[in-house]
Design a protein around this ligand. Sequence first.
Ligand code: FE2
Length: 467
Amino acid sequence: MALMHNFKIENGSVTYMSKFLQSESYTENKRANRIVVSEFGTLAMPDPCQSMYDRFMSKFKLTSTDNCSVNYVLYKGDYYVSTETNFMRRVAPETLDTLEKVDWTKFIAVNSATAHPHYDPDGTVYNMGNSFGKEGTRYNIIRVPPQKSSAGETLEGAQVVCSIEPAEKIKLAYYHSFGMSENYVVFVEQPVKINLLKLFLCRIQGKALLNSISWDPELNTVFHVINKHTGKKHSATFHTKAFATFHQINAFEDQGCIVLDLCCMDDGGALDLFNLPNLRKSGKELNEFRKQVAKSYPRRFVLPLDSGIKDVATQPLSYSSATAAMKGDGKIWCTYENLYDHTLGSSGFEFPQINYAKYNGKKYRYFYGCGFQDIIGDSLVKMDVETKQAKIWKEDGYFPSEPIFVPYPDIVGEDDGVILSAVITPDQNKNIFLLILDAKDFTELARAEVPVEIPYGFHGVFVPQRT
Ligand SMILES: [Fe+2]
């Protein structure tokens, strides 16, 4: 269940608290004293208190969870926690109190939304979600206005900017995030596919939703480019060899091209390896599991928006080795530039972050993330896209969370700021801690130890104190 954490930095000291999200899923599970609401990888058995008839009928009900355990997101100045269903919960970041449940379907014709929206400098929010309507299934780009027009508003004024038809009618690509430059949204249609027929049958057959997902590497990965102001889809689609992705790093426009940086895995079939029996392995068995888990690496694609590229792979931008070429099939085929520093050895890279406020959608130089020598992140990495040099923070036996970049108030340079990360350890004789690094040279500025155990998490946010 979603457990929210809060490190409060004030007057030179740090305090810590955590609270479970008081979601309806949490309340129902707690009342039954076991899991009775299904999650992405967990099939809940029907509540034994239900009648035979209710238990039978519950197999046909498509319910979704409000156990929002993925990310903190911001709409119209309010903080919400989000997962990838149609529900979000508004929360008070200062107290971690759970506030109202918000249902996307009450505002707009979408059945889900990602936990990774993008923000324009004025606070306008863009997100993506699927719809299952009369006209069929669609991927939708959503826009939410930056401000409330009256108190108590949540998602009022949300609009669908563009709907994209999937390549296959009954198979939707799974996507966890998308790219956004100043004027465009880039949607990656990857061959990690959700089979809709299997999805609807899962409950009847007594399987978790995860069983409807497949890796179809014989298909390509496709980039769709959409003008975020007009909603018009660019006439060309850009294709590349199959890869799977969770997180985009940044996207920007340069010399008539879109540069898209993202974390890519060559094997998208490893998703279902992260089940409890595997995670509970130890010793030799754990080592075998480690070998099976696909690693993710940062890569750059360059998508030329002007037509006229020839049937020869060219480098649209002189500073990137990424190529694009129009082939006989009328499609533009792309290859990537590796943004990875080979001195990192076999370590994978995920949970990318940048100086978002100043550089999202803009040409930039630095990104930060977790290095993955292990199944979960075991180092913090700063990458320089120009020199391909990496800076690393690592301590044996410790596992740092996604690094959050916080700029200094009087920021001058792109990396003038600090990195925040919650570092955990399974060693019960050691404390977990909030780590603060100088973002420029990656040296430790401070750590605040906390004598509690906290689990590994996904994403975090820095909330400036409201004055
Ligand atoms: Fe994520």
